[in-house]
Design a binder for this molecule. Structure first.
Ligand code: ATP
Ligand code: MG
Length: 253
């Protein structure tokens, strides 16, 4: 330990390995939390394009100079319902993977495509690519295509497994397309309609009768319009007493 050449290198290796262990424990902890049924997301309405620009800008400042970024986004406002911190974690992993495996002078293309009820977000690199036989396993825990190379590039091999769980918790899909030796494209989808709106549309109101307690005449009139439009039977009361005194046999409690 007194050896002036070996001692500092030894400390550096120990420190790196300790940091890796800490990252591994944190990743495993997060995965086990994600597996529990009552995992709660903090979903908000996010203006997606400006949000995505901000995430990419952060990487633009630290990336190797010879790797270039291209952004291909639709020219319109898109709002999605998502947990912003968790999608940032997914993007951080996919973008840092793309950078890790990009060659000198490589181009990374960020794309957002608007589909019927969702958007598709993709990150495409011109890196080493992934062999066909590995494509289906890449989202499994600890799976790495080339153990030696991945280890040299750091990481725990859990990033994509966590990303998959997070995207699926938000009812999205995650996937990869790759040409071995030419590059990879990772993509995921996010619904831009909230689930409650979707359920509302699916709900057959004509089968229901609804009791409404509201004493404001203007609101009563608006509700009448809405429930008539939905072909729903409804009864409006000014207060709860009126409701209880009602002789109407059609109301179930
Ligand atoms: P971590 O994300 O935990 O830091 P990691 O990057 O090794 O570690 P994942 O993000 O889960 O782990 O990726 C798993 C493996 O998939 C990687 O080790 C690598 O073999 C392969 N991989 C991921 N992204 C790419 C890419 N853009 N190009 C080529 N191979 C990739
Ligand atoms: Mg990773």
């Amino acid at each position: 330990w007194r050896d002036e050449e070996i001692a500092p290198r030894f400390i550096e290796v120990t420190q790196n390995e300790t940091e890796r262990m800490i990252r591994l424990v944190n990743d495993l902890l997060q995965l086990s939390k994600l597996d529990s049924k009552d995992y709660k997301l903090k979903k908000t309405r996010v203006h997606f394009i400006p949000y995505f620009h901000k995430v990419i800008d952060r990487f633009e400042l630290t990336k190797k100079e010879n790797v270039s970024f291209v952004r291909d986004f639709p020219d319109e406002k898109i709002f999605v319902h998502m947990d912003e911190d968790k999608i940032t974690q997914v993007l951080d992993n996919i973008i840092s993977n793309a950078l890790k495996y990009s060659p000198q002078g490589g181009k990374i293309t960020f794309r957002v495509k608007k589909k019927e009820d969702h958007i598709e977000v993709s990150v495409k690199d011109e890196g080493v690519g992934i062999p066909k036989s590995d494509l289906s396993k890449i989202f499994e825990r600890f799976y790495r295509v080339d153990k030696a190379r991945s280890r040299k590039l750091g990481g725990t091999g859990l990033g994509l497994a966590i990303s998959k769980r997070l995207v699926e918790l938000m009812n999205g899909k995650i996937g990869v397309e790759s040409d071995f030796g030419k590059g990879s494209k990772f993509y995921f989808t996010l619904k831009f309609k909230t689930d409650s709106v979707k359920n509302f549309e699916k709900f057959d109101f004509s089968q229901k009768s609804i009791a409404i307690i509201e004493n404001n005449k203007e609101i009563q009139n608006s509700l009448k319009l809405i429930f008539n439009y939905l072909k729903c039977k409804f009864f409006i009361f000014n207060n709860i007493k009126e409701l209880f005194n009602s002789k109407n046999k059609n109301i179930d409690f």
